[in-house]
Design a protein. Structure first.
Length: 336
């Protein structure tokens, strides 16, 4: 029954699939594996017909968690990932997260590399859709690694570019700092479209909003959404980055100067600072009396400075080595 349904055109599968399921439901004894194959084929048909919600429901209604021992853990995880993926297509992020989280409970038991990769990609997309850009970037970057088992080499570049985009959109913190460091030191990143923006973030340089217009044009609709403060996700990320960059340059700064550098109104600048201070993203305090922001020095600043100097030295040494290899007689000429 399942084999015949799988061979039918999608439209016919959508027509006969429900009848097959009704026939199975009328029987006392059910072959769960056969039922799953029918549901899987029917879900694929609904997806083809651009009915992702229906596709998700036809798989989810089987209650796979109750028959795990009969269908096997690989089938269980494969189904949860597929359901999550269908809900993503339907823009139902809550249910997409619910089912990928179910898959996460069993993923360590899976040896099938293809299923593991589909799981990671789906989870990255779920995080992305829910604006958890740091988590999404980590998974995209993992999938982008050359030699990553189960990922075709031609797809690694696309995953790398997704990792760069999500890292730029991620809020400040330890996770984003780690991602910026990994991506900046990865030579493959230098040929991606948004390396210049990533580099400015890594080197903690100020970024003007007009510099990110091209980047913003390539964002997906959900990545262009607005925050509670009426910023776009990108505006918020750039403003927070700039505040951190300013904290490395200034010990204090006036509201007037802050608004000019951030390119926002005084009220928005103050609200942004208050929010970042409250969330622990920057160590500072606001003085309403003299309308100044006072940044507090951090030990991490020295460590960060040392890291930047170390990276600069590494770059100079690499340049010297490459020059010596290309022009082996250069040193002798210089000495003469």
């Amino acid at each position: 029954m399942a084999t015949g349904l799988e061979k039918l055109p999608k439209e016919k599968t959508a027509e006969f699939g429900p009848k097959f399921l009704d026939l199975i439901a009328s029987k006392t004894l059910t072959n769960e594996k056969n039922e799953y194959r029918i549901r899987k084929a029917l879900a694929a048909a609904y997806s083809y017909m651009e009915e992702p919600s229906q596709a998700a429901r036809v798989l989810a209604s089987m209650h796979l968690d109750q028959i795990k021992d009969k269908v096997g853990v690989s089938t269980l995880v494969e189904a949860y990932v597929a359901i999550s993926d269908y809900y993503l297509d339907a823009q139902n992020n809550a249910d997409a997260y619910s089912y990928i989280a179910k898959a996460a409970k069993f993923i360590d038991e899976i040896d099938d590399i293809a299923i593991v990769c589909k799981y990671k990609y789906c989870y990255a997309q779920v995080h992305d859709a829910n604006l958890k850009f740091g988590q999404a970037a980590s998974l995209y970057y993992e999938l982008s690694q050359k030699g990553s088992v189960g990922v075709p080499e031609e797809e690694t570049k696309a995953f790398l570019e997704k990792a760069v985009i999500c890292t730029i959109l991620a809020p400040p913190g330890t996770q984003r700092s780690r991602l910026l460091t990994m991506l900046y030191k990865d030579d493959r990143t230098r040929i991606t479209p948004h390396f210049n923006l990533l580099e400015k973030m890594y080197l903690e340089r100020l970024i003007k909003m007009e510099e990110v217009k091209k980047f913003e044009e390539e964002l997906k609709p959900h990545q262009k959404g607005k925050t509670l403060e009426d910023y776009t996700v990108l505006q918020r990320a750039v403003h927070e980055h700039n505040v951190l960059a300013l904290s490395k340059i200034y010990t204090n700064i006036s509201f007037d100067q802050l608004t000019k550098l951030l390119q926002v109104s005084p009220d928005k600048a103050e609200l942004l600072m208050a929010s970042m201070i409250g969330e622990g993203k920057v160590k500072a305090h606001i003085s309403q009396a003299d309308e100044f922001v006072y940044f507090e020095a951090e030990k991490e600043m020295i460590q960060r400075f040392n890291e930047l100097i170390s990276n600069l030295c590494e770059g100079v040494n690499q340049l010297i080595q490459e020059t010596s290899q290309k022009y082996p007689n250069l040193e002798a000429i210089a000495k003469s």
